[in-house]
Write a protein that binds this ligand. Sequence first.
Ligand code: HAM
Length: 419
Amino acid sequence: MSKSQIRSIKGTQDILPGETEKWQRLEQMVRSTMDTYNYKEIRTPVFEKTELFNRGVGNQTDIVSKEMYSWTDQGGENLTLKPELTAPVSRAYIQHNLGSKQPLTKLYYIDALFRRERPQKGRYRQFHQFGVEAFGSENPEIDSEIIAIAVSIFKQLDIKDLRLKINSIGSDVCRANFKEELKIFLKPHFDSLSETSKVRFNKNPLRILDSKSEEEIKLMQNAPSISDYWTPDDKAHFTELCNFLDAMGIKFEIDHNLVRGLDYYSRTTFEILSSSLGAQDALCGGGRYDGLVEMIGGKPTPGIGFAAGIERILLASAQEFDENKIKLYIVGLGEKVRVKVVELAELLRENHIPCDYDMLRRSMKAQLREANKMRANYAIIIGENELEKSQIELKDLTTGDQQKVAMESILSHLKSLSF
Ligand code: HAM
């Protein structure tokens, strides 16, 4: 009886050869950009104590209230697969006292995250982000640097139709006052609000500002603006950030309704959107979280960062990522040459010449077809005749030219070629 097939979990994806090359290119580019800006990589565990996200990200957020993969383990601990990285990186920053080594600690990551969202194009249950977190400075220079890193990466990827939106949701005092005013404004419209917004009205009315419902978007156009509640310091901070961005030639739109969905934000928030993505149009999002480190048990420390969704970037990226090519394919013909082929392949590989050969014992035609399929530059052909004469045929697969090369000089000959 045939066994039933086991398939991957909904909202997760296998990244197959052909795709993995794109991921590698993107990751290499991210790493080299991070080096340029002097950010160091951090890697944190796949799971954390659930309490970290309850306290750090906030119980009222969508992520914590309905999207986390959480369980109680055999020892009775409540654990969660990480749904985001700002809280885990902040936890590591506190735990390893990184601030004592560097007054401004600049970190980056490339990692997998887990959220039980409704899967659709650009939205998955396991997805990947790269991102940065910088701890220790309240000054807007760091805000501008963080935004510049994101912009720089998207530029290198040649992603068109980008929009950078920025806002400041002010300090704690500002937000407390603003929330009250917002509730006063919304109260007469309460009955017409969506169920989600009704819940948010009590728990976090700020989130109604980034409602996706058309009616609510219209309604919020007349809502009070957070900028009217900024303290003088909030205003100065935001103005300075805008000046820095102008100086760097970074174009942005100010959107006072950009509040973002995580509770830890204060002051600067930003998002980069691409119109080519459809509903899930945010390529990256971030902001300042000056209260987070203290909220999860550290000394008061300002922080700011962003994270970008890798799947969405690859969907939006127009750039052709070159496939890795295998440089050489060894075509062996006949039983007697098998040992020679194995020996030669290993010699080439030891000398860092990427090559492959046929292990399915196919015909010459099939082997050459395989070489072309791999987009190899050259084929080395060895038949029993060649073996006797201790030579090989080297075929340039682009031009079709063929030449004989003595076996003992193959390596030096290949090294003289530019692939
Ligand atoms: P976030 O807005 O939740 O922020 O996620 C950042 C980015 O991750 C999104 O803009 C999107 O590109 C991608 N993303 C989020 N959820 C999914 C999903 N289900 N499927 C595919 N891609 C997704 C954060 O995670 C914050 N920790 C960012 C941050 C860092 N703020 C300060 N520092």
